[in-house]
Design a protein around this ligand. Structure first.
Ligand code: NIG
Ligand code: FE
Length: 420
C-alpha cells in the first residue's frame, strides 16, 4: 500500500517537464516546490506556499528540508544479467592489450557466455536482483537490461525469463531487451550469416510471441555483425513488433548510426566514432543518441563520443552506464553523469535531461516517466544537495537520500538491509 504523501520545502523541484522548460528555466525547475503523490502517481506539483495542511490532513507530510528533488534516474542501456566475472581481463588491459585483442584471444563476451550458459535460473535471479538493488540505492528507478550472454535458444530464453520473473518483486522497473546479436557463439564461429538466420527464424519470433522483450538490440561492429547482418536482425525484430536499438560506431565507424536513423530505431548507442552523416541520420530518424562514457573511461579510450556535436545538431542525448562484466563494470549512474561533464563537456542541464527525459525517450516511455508532471509515475529521487549543479559538483559518493518508486518510498538503509 502506498501512502498519500505531500513532499514540501523542496529547494529545487527539477521537473524536466517539457511544458515547463524555457530558455531561462531549461529544466522546468520550481523553486521551494511541493509535490503530492497519490496512488503511485503525481497528483499535483507547485510551490510550497500554495499548499495548506488543512486541505490535506490525512496525507503524510514530509519536509524535504531544502533538498533537490527530481525524476528517478533511468539507466537505459545495461547488460545486467550475466554470471561470472572477467577480472583477469582488467589486468591484461593494464598491460596494454585492447578490448578487441582480448576478445580475439578467447576472452571478452564469449567468456561470460560460458559462465552464463552454466548458471541456473536461481543463480542468475539472485545476482541480477542484487545488482538492481544497488542501482536503486543510487536513485535509479528504471533499468533497461539486455540478454546477450546466452547466445543459444535455451540460454537467451532463460535470461529473459529470469528478467520477467524478477519484475513482480523488483521495485526497479525492468525494460527487457533481446540481444541474441551480441556476439557469434562458438558453435557458429565463421558462420555469422547462418547464426543470423537462426536469430531471425528461431529466436526473434519466440521472444516476440512470448513478450519476453520490448526491444531488440545488435552489436554492429567489425568482427561482430556488419551493417547488412544488423539490418536483417533489426528488420525481422521490427516485423515481429519489437522496438529497435543498436550498438553503433563503438570501435569504428561502420555505418550503424545511418542504419538506426533509416530504420527509425528508438536509440543508437555508444557512437564514439560517429560521422557527420551518422549524426544527420539520427536527427532525421528521431533516434535518441545514448552515450556511455563509462565504457571509454574503463577501456581508456581517449576520444569520447561527440556529445556537444550531437546536442548542437538537435539530437536528444541520453546517458547510461552500459554496466557489463567486460567493457564497463561501473553500475553507478551518478558517476557516469559526472564523467559526462568532465570528459564530454556536457553541462549539468544536458546531463540531468540525459538521465531523465531523454533516457525515458530512449525507452519510449516518456509518456509515463522521465519528468515530473500530473498523472506521471511517482518515480522520484531526493538527493542530499540543494540543487542539480551540486549533484554533479560533489561527484564521487552516493548523494541519494531517498527514492520513491511508483509512490513507494525506499531509504538507503532499507536498501542496504535488503541486500543482506
Ligand atoms: O556495450 N559492445 C558490446 N557489448 C558490451 C560489452 C560486453 C562485454 O564486454 O561483455 C558493450 O560495451
Ligand atoms: Fe552495451
Amino acid at each position: 500500500m502506498t501512502r498519500h504523501l505531500l513532499l514540501y520545502n523542496i529547494g529545487q523541484l527539477v521537473t524536466v517537464e517539457p511544458e515547463r522548460m524555457t530558455a531561462e528555466n531549461p529544466l522546468g525547475i520550481i523553486a521551494d516546490g511541493a509535490i503530492r503523490i497519490e496512488d503511485g502517481e503525481i497528483a499535483w506539483l507547485g510551490a510550497s506556499s500554495e499548499v495548506k495542511r488543512a486541505d490535506f490532513p490525512s496525507h503524510h507530510w514530509m519536509d524535504a528540508k531544502g533538498r533537490l528533488v527530481m525524476p528517478g534516474l533511468i539507466d537505459s542501456h545495461t547488460h545486467t544479467i550475466f554470471a561470472g566475472d572477467r577480472a583477469d581481463e582488467f589486468e591484461m588491459r593494464l598491460q596494454g592489450k585492447t578490448y578487441l585483442e582480448i576478445a580475439q584471444a578467447g576472452g571478452g563476451i564469449l567468456k561470460t557466455v560460458t559462465a552464463t550458459r552454466q548458471a541456473d535460473k536461481t543463480t542468475l535471479h539472485s545476482l541480477t536482483r542484487q545488482r538492481l538493488q544497488r542501482m536503486l540505492n543510487l536513485g535509479v528507478t528504471t533499468v533497461e537490461v539486455k540478454s546477450g550472454y546466452g547466445l543459444d535458444f535455451d540460454s537467451e530464453i532463460k535470461c529473459l525469463e529470469v528478467l520477467q520473473e524478477l519484475q513482480p518483486d523488483s521495485p526497479v522497473s525492468i525494460v527487457p531487451t533481446y540481444m541474441g546479436g551480441h556476439d557469434i557463439p562458438p558453435e557458429y564461429q565463421g558462420r555469422t550469416d547462418a547464426y543470423v538466420d537462426l536469430l531471425c527464424n528461431e529466436q526473434i519470433p519466440v521472444v516476440a510471441e512470448r513478450k519476453l522483450a520490448v526491444f531488440c538490440d545488435v552489436f554492429c561492429e567489425k568482427g561482430y555483425f556488419d551493417v547488412a547482418q544488423s539490418r536483417r536482425i533489426l528488420e525481422t525484430a521490427r516485423q515481429h513488433g519489437l522496438k529497435l536499438k543498436i550498438h553503433a560506431e563503438e570501435f569504428c565507424d561502420l555505418g550503424g548510426a545511418k542504419l538506426a536513423g533509416e530504420l527509425g530505431a528508438v536509440s543508437a548507442d555508444h557512437l564514439l566514432n560517429i560521422s557527420d552523416e551518422g549524426i544527420a541520420a539520427l536527427k532525421a530518424g528521431r533516434t535518441v543518441a545514448t552515450l556511455l562514457p563509462g565504457t571509454a573511461f574503463y577501456l581508456r579510450i581517449k576520444d569520447y563520443a561527440p556529445a556537444r556535436k550531437l546536442i548542437a545538431a538537435g539530437v536528444p542525448v541520453a546517458l547510461a552506464t552500459d554496466f557489463n562484466p567486460g567493457s564497463c563494470v561501473i553500475d553507478n549512474l551518478q558517476w557516469i553523469m559526472a564523467l559526462a561533464c568532465l570528459q564530454m563537456n556536457m553541462t549539468p542541464v544536458d546531463v540531468i535531461k540525459a538521465v531523465t527525459l531523454h533516457a525515458a525517450m530512449a525507452l519510449d516511455l516518456q509518456h509515463d516517466r522521465g519528468s515530473l508532471a500530473v498523472g506521471k509515475r511517482a518515480d522520484i529521487a531526493l538527493f542530499d544537495v540543494g540543487g542539480y549543479n551540486e549533484l554533479l559538483y560533489r561527484m564521487g559518493s552516493n548523494l541519494l537520500n531517498l527514492v520513491f518508486v511508483g509512490g513507494q518510498q525506499f531509504t538507503r538503509q532499507d536498501l542496504v538491509n535488503s541486500l543482506a
